[in-house]
Design a protein around this ligand. Structure first.
Ligand code: ASP
Length: 336
């Protein structure tokens, strides 16, 4: 070859080398497991939060994620991980679920919870229970031990008690903070429900590729007794299907019911070919706001992607993927 041909071939060789260098990295591997949680969305602003509370919320989110991750790390089921995270948050009076739940117009606690298994599409839920210490366990009981999906009120409380769930007096759920909140609301003599939330939820993907979702709440402050929100309604507040994703919602429940938000996320993925991010962002940022629907959701899909959109000023949230550190966030901020 002449010197001239070498000179002509040189740019081509350089181009080929450059192409090799800029090749797209291989698609990132699916994590062995994933867990995401929320502790409610709403008017949660940094300027209205004390440093102490900020730190306490983040610590509680980390504790719940640690408890759930322990299950997944050891090869446990997505469902067990969801239960582990939610029972811990139900015990934690910072959140509006179990102890620390918000109160109805009558000053009592009426709790809603649901759970769904993405493999079998089995689901269980309870609405308006007043004495079951861990409503999420009652939801699981309905799923595992009854032929029903949903039980409400006294029937649900009785079923839980008959089957050995821990029973408490309704006063157990009522903390000083919620009582004060309720009294203030009564003074205002307003029937409007307060737009500050605190529901808890968890979604998980386990090492066998199964998805699960669960949600637990006291509902909305000063709700009419007997009112049921989205949390115990399968498809509205909670949904899981191994074909698409697992979702748990938080926010103004009436809007989440009307828009079947959790199921709509899964359906948009399955039938419209949207990614998890596209489907859930669309609902939270485009479908709900024009109607006045405020809130957010946590979601994980069958490939381990996570999306945690909200259209309020904040949402207590966090997630963990196998081999990565736990990340939590409260306001508009990158989870860390
Ligand atoms: N979605 C719940 C309800 O409407 C409230 C919340 O998420 O805080 O009952």
């Amino acid at each position: 070859m002449t010197r001239l041909s070498y000179l002509l071939l040189l740019p081509l060789a350089c181009m080929l080398w450059a192409c090799g260098q800029t090749q797209a990295p291989p698609p990132s591997e699916k994590p062995a497991y994933v867990l995401a949680i929320h502790g409610g969305a709403g008017t949660i602003r940094k300027d209205l939060m004390t440093e102490e509370k900020d730190v306490a919320y983040r610590a509680s989110l980390r504790a719940a994620l640690t408890a759930g991750e322990e299950v997944l790390k050891n090869g446990g089921d997505a469902m067990d991980a969801v239960i582990a995270a939610i029972t811990l948050m139900e015990d934690d009076s910072l959140f509006n679920s179990g102890r620390g739940a918000v109160l109805t117009s009558e000053g009592t606690a009426e709790l809603d919870a649901s759970i769904m298994d993405g493999q079998s599409l089995n689901a269980g839920s309870v609405a308006g229970v007043k004495t079951i210490k861990h409503p999420i366990l009652a939801a699981r009981l309905v799923m595992d031990s009854s032929v029903h999906v949903m039980m409400a009120g006294l029937g649900a409380d009785t079923y839980g008690e008959m089957n050995g769930l821990e029973i408490v007096d309704n006063s157990y759920f009522i903390t000083g903070r919620r009582k004060q909140q309720w009294e203030k609301k009564q003074e205002q003599e307003s029937t409007a429900i307060k737009k500050k939330y605190g529901t808890v939820g968890a979604v998980a993907l386990d090492q066998n590729g199964n998805l699960a979702a669960g949600t637990s709440t006291g509902g909305m402050t000063n709700k009419r007794f007997g009112r049921v929100g989205d949390a115990p309604i399968i498809g509205a507040g909670t949904y899981a299907d191994n074909k698409s994703c697992a979702v748990s919602c938080t926010g103004h429940g009436e809007y989440f019911i009307r828009n079947v938000v959790a199921y709509q996320s899964a359906a948009q993925m399955q039938f419209s070919g949207k990614s998890l991010e596209e489907a859930t962002n669309h609902i939270i940022h485009e479908v709900l706001p024009p109607q006045g629907g405020t809130g957010g959701l946590i979601s994980v899909d069958k490939d381990g992607h996570v999306n945690l959109p909200f259209n309020t000023s904040g949402m207590f949230r966090g997630f963990v993927k196998a081999g990565e550190p736990i990340k939590v966030a409260i306001y508009e901020e990158e989870p860390k």
